[in-house]
Design a protein around this ligand. Structure first.
Ligand code: FE2
Length: 409
């Protein structure tokens, strides 16, 4: 009897184990078969009122690149009459240990201004879609409408734990600036661009923001290493209007409302960008000009290799230069020709500490520093441009206001 009971118990346990194994195997097989999109992010590639660009990766290369959109905030993709479909481009990128990942870039165009859309991305097959997310196109901005955006820099983590801080920095930023229309990141997104887990965590932690609010990136020395920015660039679909000779996606410009933004790459092709910058600024008809760079012309110290760019900033009256790299907070007096000038007559250079775990000690004060500190917490800035006034407010991750100023035209 006892032996029989033992055999029955053993039999039941074996069946349970086999079933559990089969369920796990089926789940894994399904995830691999589906190859769901990862690292989904939206960007501005052309007019923010009528378009939105998307980028994502897949574990395998060679899959289709499809975006579906419906108006409103309900995912009703099954009603095919109202679903907009956009097909993008698939490519591949080589990551750590020689592995290949699928890269997918697409752009939805012809959208209605000031309108909410829900979208999903994937390979167009059932089981291959991302979760749905929602975004709003810019309103057809009149010249005097306010534009608010978030500025961050040097999220520069390695582990998921590191990127929790970056996620929390953006959570606080959007709590204080819920109407922010996009994010400008001044470079060094991860510590080591070859590490895939870092990129996954970079996009995953603030997923709800990055799938709905465009992230406009700048290339840092941890994004372009030994002249190679291919992994960094593979994560973004930005305007293809950059300088000849620069790595793809590392130099570009875009307009939002009455502001012209120029993103430069301090890591390579500096000479090649100088004439491009001049041409680019000479063509802008926007009231405000903001430049974003990684190594600061006037940060914790001066990056002298870009002094020709500074001359052009002076020549075209660039209002604000957003910088990174030093992992401390600094704001310059208005500067022109290397000298301090009166408010409204020069360019202000700001480095908003870092948005991730790596904070440096404050460097020595320089003649151009109007504000210069390290208060030991990750930071972000909320910037609003309205009519002839730019308002800049820098906060720490807990919402403490650490610096603020306004610029007037
Ligand atoms: Fe950095």
């Amino acid at each position: 009897m006892l032996i029989n009971r033992k055999i029955i118990t053993f039999g039941i346990a074996a069946v349970c184990l086999a079933l559990a194994g089969a369920i796990i195997w089926l789940e894994n097989a399904d995830a691999v078969k589906a190859d769901k999109p990862i690292s989904i992010v939206t960007t501005i590639k052309s007019d923010p009122a009528t378009s939105r660009a998307f980028t994502w990766h897949t574990r395998w290369a060679g899959l289709e690149t499809v975006v579906q959109l419906v108006k409103g905030n309900e995912p009703t993709f099954e009603n095919s009459n109202e679903v907009l479909m956009f097909y993008g481009q698939s490519s591949e990128v080589r990551i750590e240990k020689g592995s290949i990942r699928g890269v997918h870039r697409a752009e939805a165009t012809g959208l209605k201004p000031g309108t909410e859309y829900t979208y999903r991305v994937g390979d167009g097959k059932e089981g291959g879609w991302s979760k749905a997310a929602t975004f709003r196109t810019a309103s057809a901005l009149s010249a005097n409408e306010a534009v608010t955006f978030i500025n961050v820099t040097d999220s520069q983590g390695t582990t998921r734990h590191d990127f929790k801080l970056w996620g929390n920095t953006l959570n606080k930023a959007f709590q204080l600036f819920p109407d922010a229309a996009f994010i400008v990141h001044n470079g060094d997104l991860t510590e080591d661009p070859i590490r895939e887990e870092s990129w996954t965590a970079f996009f995953e932690q603030p997923q709800k923001w990055l799938t709905s609010v465009p992230l406009m990136p700048v290339t840092g020395n941890h994004d372009e290493v030994d002249g190679d920015s291919s992994i960094f660039s593979s994560h973004f679909n930005v305007p293809a209007n950059g300088a000849e000779g620069s790595n793809e996606g590392t130099t570009y410009s875009f307009d939002y409302g009455n502001v012209h933004f120029v993103m430069l790459n301090t890591e390579s092709n500096i000479k090649g960008q100088t004439e491009w910058l001049r041409q680019n600024l000479s063509r802008s008809d926007k009231q405000w000009t903001i430049v974003s760079i990684h190594r600061g012309a006037y940060g914790g110290n001066m990056y002298k290799k870009i002094k020709e760019w500074v001359k052009i900033f002076d020549e075209y009256g660039v209002d604000l230069v957003l910088q990174g790299h030093n992992h401390e907070y600094s704001r310059s007096f208005p500067l022109r020709g290397g000298d301090i000038v009166r408010d409204g007559e020069g360019t202000v250079y700001v480095t908003t500490n870092a948005s991730g775990p790596k904070l440096n000690e404050k460097k020595e004060d320089q003649f151009y520093h109007r504000a210069h500190f390290q208060k030991g917490k990750p930071m972000f800035a909320g910037i609003t441009v309205k009519d002839d006034t730019l308002s800049f407010k820098a906060y720490d991750i807990d919402g403490g206001l650490l610096d603020q100023f306004t610029l007037k035209h």
